[in-house]
Design a protein around this ligand. Structure first.
Ligand SMILES: [Zn+2]
Length: 161
């Protein structure tokens, strides 16, 4: 059950190196194509354009994070209200992902799992974690907090009701 905290401790050592790895943007050629999810790198950003002109095959930062189980965003959700409305709240979170992922292919939900007294939802990007936190607070009120770490390359969001 404490896999999460153990995992964080282990990955902290690799933090510097890995954050660089996820920011490989500048080194990629145009039309680099992620062989895992199909996202394509054009003009300095990732898109969902169809890879008809795909040149080099790469693994995009979001797929790399999923493969490494190394999230950028953590959202802790808990409380009696949450327990009662869990399905609805998770479904709202997934809707936010669907909206965000369209213009920003690197923003995705990685996993949703039970951890101690809360449900932990992890994301590949800090932006999506913030958006989900905002949406939960807006739709369901409750108490909402977040803090950034690693020079804003990571975020931990807490929502409770
Ligand atoms: Zn990918």
């Amino acid at each position: 059950m404490d896999n999460g905290s153990r995992g964080r401790k282990d990955t902290r050592l690799l933090k510097e190196k890995r954050n660089d790895a996820y920011k490989c943007k500048d080194k990629l050629p145009d039309f680099a194509h992620c062989s895992t999810c199909g996202a394509m790198f054009i003009g300095g950003r990732w898109t969902w354009n169809t890879p008809t002109a795909a040149k080099s095959k790469v693994v995009c930062p979001a797929c790399q994070r999923c493969a490494d189980d190394y999230p950028a965003g953590y959202i802790e959700m808990k409380g009696d209200f949450f327990a009662k409305h869990r399905a609805e709240i998770i479904s709202l979170s997934k809707n936010i992902e669907t909206q965000e992922k369209e213009p920003r292919p690197m923003e995705r939900i990685m996993a949703i799992r039970e951890e101690g007294d809360h449900t932990l939802l992890t994301t590949t990007g800090v932006h999506l974690a913030r958006r989900i936190g905002d949406a939960l607070a807006q739709s369901f009120k409750g108490s909402y907090n977040f803090h950034y770490a690693d020079g804003e390359q990571k975020i931990r969001v807490y929502w409770e009701r």
